[in-house]
Design a protein around this ligand. Sequence first.
Ligand code: ZN
Length: 292
Amino acid sequence: MKRSFATALCLACLSFRGPAMAAAAAARFPVVDVHTHTSFGEKPAPIFGGAYELEDYLKQRQAAGIVASVSMEQWTGDRSPDLRQHRVIRCAGVGERVDLDRIEKGLESGRYGCVKIYLGYIPRYAADPAYGPVYRLAARFKVPVVFHTGDTSEKDALVKYADPLQIDEVAVANRDVRFVIAHLGNPWIESAAEVVYKNPNVFVEASALLVGNLSTLDPANVEEYVVRPIRWAFGWIEDPSKFMFGTDWPLNDMKSYLEAYKKAIPRKHWKAVFCSNAVEVFRIPADWVTCQ
Ligand SMILES: [Zn+2]
């Protein structure tokens, strides 16, 4: 049996929380959002509680207590502004054409702090030889590679390329690279959790399991399709250092997504999941965030 009896006992203990702990749970704390988009005005996207503009991005972060973020460049390349002054790490988007020169120059200059590969949107598996040089660059610059996994918002994309199980192969072949599974492989959550559990160099975030302003959706759906899957995967992985927080703004309202996520993660692991794991994996500068 994978889960030890001691762990089960400890989980049972968590339900005995006194008033002091409840008060602490309600307090605000610094949060890092590892999945956002900042191609402001470039792409029509569903907007919840504002516009797809920098001002609304910063307003949403403020409301949720988010102090730093990771932004995913589109695979087509885009003109996202450099937002380092707002504590935003930017991932280089990798498209059909693997533009190694752009990625390398961006990593060298510090414009990029990570790489994003769009499995499914780009019809290529993670182990495709075309991505090999990207993993070498990631190892050289010590930056994580994030994979889109799971359902695609485009009907003509091919989800067979977005199955998270395949990340196992590149994780084993590239132990010197840290990989991040985006969206918890939704709906292939079990595969994603197993690959993260098994591989020391694979991490996960569970952004956009549902999209919208979660405070306006049916609470039963939020529980079933957001809270339960995160709670289950977090338990299966058995390593709180592997899980990070992400919203996929502007597809989600940041604050209500954070509230749902918090329900799935035991209070004693909030500092890790909502802050320090992201600081570690994305090497967020020490003067940007102090996790508490
Ligand atoms: Zn996204």
